[in-house]
Design a protein around this ligand. Structure first.
Ligand code: ADP
Ligand code: AMP
Length: 217
């Protein structure tokens, strides 16, 4: 199965992606997680990406496209993948299509987690993440079992620098301007499916499984 997750920052893409990846046995590829790992390891990619991420801006297309090209060539993507946070521009969507065409593959669906803007600030300011395994928690809606520690790997949970209130607003504006057009792009190609992201985490996952289960059959 080849799937991409769409939706504004804070919609719940990363949260759902972990469960989808487990249930459908496909690798979860989050460009945001890859950038954060590179930032914490101070690699050249991390140093460049940080300049953009800290301002709430997108990392330049070519850097991101090259990164995904490389990652999708990995052996574990042979039978499918779940992309979370890529593509984020129509240009990145076109690049993904070219890449898949070259391999004789196609996308099964672009799954949009829909959520109005007024829900988002609470979600993002309460988010805590694990930089080791990428797991995402919320201090109120999805707390870890032990305060400040990741349930999956035990690492320390941190607040993302770009989840500060001022940066969130910038990121939402950028989503409207640069990522929203992708929804039309996939709708025109009859690839778009939509779930209501305002429901509880388990209930969103149930809707997601309904859609992906049909694709799998
Ligand atoms: P995204 O990857 O789309 O930016 P996340 O999956 O990191 O979003 O979720 C953003 C925040 O909202 C996290 O703190 C997460 O625990 C919380 N969250 C995710 N889905 C829900 C939901 N359905 N209801 C309430 N909180 C949620
Ligand atoms: P995320 O974890 O998906 O919220 O991504 C965090 C940040 O990483 C974003 O705000 C962007 O600055 C950057 N980023 C992640 N994915 C992409 C992408 N596909 N294109 C450009 N920038 C990205």
């Amino acid at each position: 199965m080849r799937i991409i997750l769409l939706g504004p920052p804070g919609a719940g893409k990363g949260t759902q992606a972990k469960s989808i990846s487990n249930k459908f046995a496909i690798p979860h590829i989050s460009t945001g997680d890859i950038f954060r790992k590179n930032i914490s390891e101070k690699t050249p990619l991390g140093i460049e990406a940080k300049k953009h991420i800290d301002k709430g801006h997108l990392v330049p297309d070519q850097l991101t496209i090259d990164l995904i090209k490389d990652r999708l060539n990995n052996e574990d993507c042979k039978n499918g993948f779940l992309l979370d946070g890529y593509p984020r521009t129509v240009n990145q969507g076109e690049a993904l299509k070219t890449l898949l065409d070259e391999k004789g593959h196609s996308l099964d669906t672009a799954l949009l987690i829909e959520i109005p803007r007024e829900f988002i600030l609470n979600r993002m300011t309460g988010r805590r993440v694990c930089l080791t395994c990428g797991a995402s928690y919320h201090i109120k809606f999805n707390p870890s079992k032990v305060d400040g520690k990741c349930d999956v790997c035990g690492s320390e949970l941190v607040q993302r620098a770009d989840d500060a209130e001022e940066t969130v607003s910038e990121r939402l504006d950028i989503y409207e301007a640069q990522t929203q057009p992708l929804i039309r792009y996939y709708d025109d190609k009859k690839l778009l499916s939509v779930v209501d992201g305002t429901k509880a985490i388990d209930s969103v996952f149930e809707s997601v499984c309904g859609i992906l289960g049909e694709i799998e059959e």
